[in-house]
Every structure is written in C-alpha cells, then in structure tokens.
Design a protein. Structure first.
Length: 175
C-alpha cells in the first residue's frame, strides 16, 4: 500500500457492544487476500469480517465460544481458534462450516505456514495439522511455555512469541 492509501483507511471502527460491528474484547485479527479484516470478537463468541473502510461483511457465530485467534488462507478459508470449545474451526470463504481440529487444550492463536499447514498456539506447545485432510501432524519439537502468537518464516519454519519465558523462538522446517 502506498502512504496515500494508508491515509485513506479509517483510524478505527467498531465500539463496545454486542450488535453487528461492535466488539467485546476483540483479540485476534487477520487480513485476507481481498483486504477484508477478520476479527475474533472474543467476548461476543463470534468472528466478524469488515471491508477496509469498516463496513461489516460477515459474522461467523453460533458454534464459537470465546474465540481468540483467526487466520485466513490464500483460498479464503477462515481458521478460528475456538478457545472455549478447545478446538480450531475451519470455515469456507462464504462462512460455511468445513471441519474442526480437536485434541487441543487451549488454542489461542492460529497461523498457516508456507506449505498450508495449520499451526495452533496451544497450551505449552505448537500443534500442527494438515489443512487438506484435517489430520494431526507432529507438534513442534520443543515444549514451550505460554505461546501467544506465531508467524510463518517463509522458509518452512515458524516464529513463536513465547510469553512464559519472555522470548521469541524459531522452529525450523519440519516434514
């Protein structure tokens, strides 16, 4: 984006409340390829999507409990860390339920690596899943304390913000 495009964006949108376009404890945020802003609205048990200018596009709700993280892949699938239900939920680009990824203790954030694998910031570990099949893959090799967020490094590994040990950890490429 150019500086003039950035200047044209709203400084803020939303506000406190439970209505459409309002928030109670927003936590996770992602931007898809179309520029839509997806927000995990934790206190309202939903995820809301907005245009760049703040117009409400979509609300994902009904099955979620205290979602904390959200990620969107290149095809527009939305992955939600459904923290209160101990799972990650995958939705299609139009909001239809695709699958859930379970066996988690407290998923708080989600990310996708360069190979399309789902990475889940779970209690004491980073869990990994195949997004095509939903199958669980091996966790990262080192247990970590209080992971809070993560990002793909673009070369097959991931960076993890490890709040419990006050550090950033890099995990190299894994199969």
């Amino acid at each position: 984006m150019t500086s003039s495009e950035l200047a044209a964006l709203p400084r803020a949108f939303g506000g406190p409340g439970t209505g459409p376009g309002q928030f109670r404890s927003p936590s996770g945020i992602a931007v898809d390829a179309r520029g839509r802003v997806w927000v995990a609205d934790t206190g309202n048990d939903r995820v809301q999507a907005f245009t760049r200018d703040g117009a409400l596009v979509r609300v994902l709700a009904g099955r979620l409990k205290a979602p904390e993280g959200v990620a969107v892949d290149a095809a527009g699938h939305v992955y939600v860390a459904d923290t209160g239900n101990r799972r990650v939920v995958q939705f299609s680009w139009w909001g239809g339920f695709v699958r859930d990824f379970g066996g988690l203790a407290r998923p708080r954030a989600v990310a996708l690596d360069h190979a399309g694998r789902l990475l889940v910031d779970d209690t004491g570990r980073v869990a990994r899943f195949c997004t095509r099949t939903g199958a669980a893959l091996s966790d990262t090799t080192e247990p970590i304390g209080s992971p809070r967020d993560m990002a793909d490094d673009g070369a097959g590994g991931i960076w993890v913000a490890e709040t419990g040990n006050h550090r950033i950890v890099h995990f190299g490429a894994t199969g």
